[in-house]
Design a binder for this molecule. Structure first.
Ligand SMILES: [Zn+2]
Length: 160
């Protein structure tokens, strides 16, 4: 029996997902692939400076798992930086954060993927088209993404 994938919660998808070192011909360029959960681990621990325990809690994984994901991420980044490899961020087993919106005219609530909210925030209620909308308190999570090497954006599907 294959083990079921472990979904890790990701609250962020980086806008730039490919990094290429300068001056290396494409033909001889090697790349490392950072999964979205690895990028999230780096973000929470190294960028936000949170304690491992909190990072693990935010990603809904055990501490040892978080430690392993973080270790793998750091190793890949170090490899890329020191050996002049490109970095691609994609794929992995992750759950995408959704932001719930609420219409103040008819009370309708709907979920907007975090990424969409950042790039194209909703301007009106999808049912009554009222512009009087606001983010509902708290985050809702309802989207999952799963990628192989070419996974990630565009292949997310709603759960249930
Ligand atoms: Zn409405």
């Amino acid at each position: 029996m294959p083990r079921p994938p472990k979904w890790r919660r990701v609250g962020f998808v980086p806008e730039v997902t490919y990094f290429k070192p300068a001056g290396i011909p494409l033909a001889s360029l090697e790349e490392v692939c950072l999964t979205l959960e690895e990028a999230e681990a780096i973000r929470l621990k190294d960028r936000e400076g949170l304690e491992q325990e909190e990072c693990a809690r935010m990603m809904r994984v055990s501490r040892p798992t978080f430690h392993r994901v973080l270790g793998s991420a750091r190793k890949k980044l170090a490899d890329a930086l020191l050996n002049g490899k490109a970095i691609r961020i994609e794929g992995g087993n992750f759950e995408m954060a959704m932001r719930r919106f609420q219409c103040r005219s008819n009370g309708h609530e709907w979920d907007v993927p975090f990424e969409t909210m950042v790039t194209r925030p909703p301007a009106a209620c999808p049912t009554c088209h009222s512009p009087d909308i606001r983010p509902a308190p708290g985050f809702g999570f309802g989207m999952r993404g799963r990628g192989g090497r070419r996974g990630g954006r565009g292949r997310w599907k709603m759960q249930e």
